[in-house]
Design a protein around this ligand. Sequence first.
Ligand code: DGP
Length: 112
Amino acid sequence: MDCIFCKIANGEIPSNKVYEDDKILAFYDLNPQAKVHVLVIPKNHISCADEINEANCNDIAHIFVKIPGIARLAGIKNGYRVITNCGEDGCQSVKHLHYHVLGGEKLSEKMA
Ligand code: DGP
């Protein structure tokens, strides 16, 4: 499968890593939209939030267990925002489920 985030997860494409374990990878976004902008992905390919199910939801739970520590590792001290874009109207550009962790500054009150 020609998936850029699968290639980042398996090391084929380099990334600026924040955290990695057997299930997930966190790395800095190439086009940051906040002072700190980290992406957290499951290593197993899930295309988007629509594809989360009973069989793969443990990886998603693991992501959310790890996000507070990932935020700390990235130097976020005063809160953050977690976003996932899904599908056409959600403006998802990379079709491998990822959570944006944004922080390091006061974010806009607007989310859309
Ligand atoms: P989204 O629009 O939610 O699908 O966000 C995709 C994000 O992925 C976008 O903020 C830019 C980032 N991105 C795309 N390609 C790469 C890459 O090769 N490396 C890194 N670090 N980030 C990427």
